[in-house]
Design a protein around this ligand. Structure first.
Ligand code: ZN
Ligand code: MN
Length: 146
């Protein structure tokens, strides 16, 4: 499923600028990994990304895919979602948004909308901790697993 109507050229310019700002070069492999990541809203694992990118770059290794994804996370181009079972998923969407995760199959989907910080109950009770944001994950069962 397409995430946005952005052109590939737009993605490539954003990718190059962000990589160079953090001291990395834009390589064909990094471009292919990024292209795949922003083309999906399924929050793929590194293995999922590897499977997808191999269709256009058959020789790319899982290690290269993994390192590219970590570079994107460090450069602010992607988010990494870590779970208590040790699994991780990647998200090419970096604007503030929330997720719902199926407790059975692990599917992660975006949740539309958010609450303004001042409307989240109890956050003002955080003592001397200055709250600047929040992350919310809804848990439940997806339609296929119900
Ligand atoms: Zn499910
Ligand atoms: Mn997301």
């Amino acid at each position: 499923m397409k995430l946005s109507e952005d052109t590939p050229l737009h993605h490539q310019a954003r990718l190059r600028a962000a990589l160079e700002q953090s001291g990395h070069r834009l390589t064909e492999q990094r471009a292919a990994v990024y292209r795949f990541l922003v083309s999906t809203d399924t929050h793929p694992t590194a293995e999922d990304v590897h499977q997808g990118v191999r269709r256009s770059l058959p020789a790319i290794s899982l290690a290269t895919v993994y390192k590219s994804l970590e570079t994107f996370v460090g450069s602010g181009l992607a988010l990494k979602l870590n779970y208590s079972d040790g699994s991780s998923r990647y998200d090419g969407r970096t604007d503030p948004h929330h997720h719902a995760r199926c407790a059975v199959c692990g599917e992660v989907r975006d949740v539309p909308g958010s609450l303004p910080l001042q409307n989240v109950p109890g956050l003002h009770l955080a003592g001397d901790f200055q709250v600047t944001g929040y992350r919310l994950e809804l848990t439940g069962v997806c339609g296929a697993c119900a």
